[in-house]
Design a protein around this ligand. Sequence first.
Ligand code: FES
Length: 169
Amino acid sequence: METTAQGSHDSGEFQLSAAGEQELARLMSRYPNKQAACIPALHLCQDEHGWVSPGVIQFVADRLELSTAHVQGVVTFYTLFNQHPVGKHQLWVCRTLSCALRGSDAMLAHCEKRLGVKAGETTNDGKVTLRTAECLASCGSAPMVQVDKDYFENLTIDSLDKILDRLTR
Ligand code: FES
């Protein structure tokens, strides 16, 4: 079960910050029509809000003149969009073949033990959401994890511990 953290009490109307509005205008100007900016617009809103709430879907649909069903379809297609509130940081453990052959199951088990949660859950303090991922395109440096937007590669349990120390500090 996903537990709630960032943005958990805020599923109503969504507004971007002033800087976010500037960035949205810049994004829309880069495409031949504003509907084509749907994915970057969703990323922008998620970066500010932490997840894609119903309010975010409505906001993006209104601003890009798309149906909410269309925006919802995009959100549910891409795993990088959070459909529920998540922790301050997201830790993705790649479990596809190259990583699996080099110990990703043990890495995931170690993360679950250290964080006290199962994959898909958020720590009680709201700091970390633990996720599993399909191939993150870094197979040559397996096993690896992604923390927010950064990759950590050629991991050992010791180097993973250092990442977990920093995330839970
Ligand atoms: S299998 Fe893990 S990065 Fe490709």
